[in-house]
Design a protein around this ligand. Structure first.
Ligand code: COA
Length: 239
């Protein structure tokens, strides 16, 4: 899997590293990136050597500056777009990944960039990270699940403020509102993420996927059903 154009994929010590790699365009999310991410996420999910996935981005300035605006202006007709979305439901895939995913966020984290981060399980940001949802300024709404995932993580009030007023926030604020788990100096970003990943991969890999499933699926269930899910997964694991 080395012949990707806009994604890099590497493996080391049971960690699968997915790197957004369009630094000159601030890693703007384009159709190529969607297709390559789809392929690489599926591969990382299926790879028996990978226990934990790290999502990061190349270049100094940005994790991802949102959807590629040059493609946005030449969007395919709605029927073709819907067909492509059906065939390559990247956000559905992202949210169904069973392995833990950690995001390493730096610089601009905008639009689809935030939405990708929201599909991850643990988010670590560097001090220079800036978060924004600029869709309103383009007369559109989030299209990568952001209207659902962002409020589920930071709550309705902050999500709506960011979405409706276009407010950007810096890393410290993102931590305060629980959009990210930790904020670290830029030089510490990858080492911190790797340290977390190494701790995770030291545990039983099946237990990890069950624990993730219990939390992620359970959040969408009433408490009683969530408790039932936990009990089922717990006994499956013991058996
Ligand atoms: N789509 C396509 N290209 C993008 C892009 C995007 N979303 N964001 C940045 N780029 C490109 C720029 O066109 C520029 O390319 P060039 O060097 O060939 O001219 C390059 O990335 C660097 O961006 P630039 O605007 O020069 O950097 P900056 O530091 O001055 O500004 C931003 C950074 C993020 C504030 C600015 O690029 C921006 O507002 N981008 C659009 C954000 C957005 O609305 N995203 C869509 C969300 S739905």
């Amino acid at each position: 899997m080395s012949d990707f154009e806009v994604i890099l994929y590497e493996k080391n010590d049971n960690k699968g590293y997915i790197t957004l790699n369009r630094p000159k365009a601030l890693n703007a999310y384009n159709i190529k990136m969607r297709d390559e991410l789809f392929e690489v996420l599926s591969a990382a999910q299926d790879d028996p050597e990978v226990a934990v996935i790290i999502l990061k981005a190349a270049g100094e300035k940005a994790f991802c500056a949102g959807a590629d605006l040059s493609e946005f202006l030449t969007a395919p007709p709605p029927v073709a777009a819907r067909q492509a979305r059906f065939e390559r439901d990247i956000w559905g895939l992202f949210l169904q990944i069973k392995k833990p995913i950690i995001a390493a966020l730096h610089g601009y984290v905008l639009g689809s960039g935030i939405e990708m981060a929201m599909c991850c399980d643990i988010r670590v940001a560097s001090e220079d990270a800036k978060f924004g949802v600029p869709e309103m300024g383009l007369g559109i709404i989030p299209a990568a699940g952001g209207s659902q995932t962002i409020p589920r993580i930071i709550g309705r009030g902050y999500a709506l403020e960011m979405l409706l007023s276009g407010r950007w926030i810096i890393a410290d604020v993102a931590k305060k509102i629980k959009m990210v788990n930790r904020v670290v100096p830029r030089s510490e970003l990858l080492p911190t993420v790797e340290k977390i990943a190494d701790k995770i991969r030291s545990y039983d890999w099946t237990a990890l996927t069950y624990a993730k499933r219990a939390v992620v699926e359970g959040l969408d269930l009433p408490l009683q059903n969530g408790l039932g899910l936990e009990a089922r997964l717990g006994s499956l694991l013991l058996n």
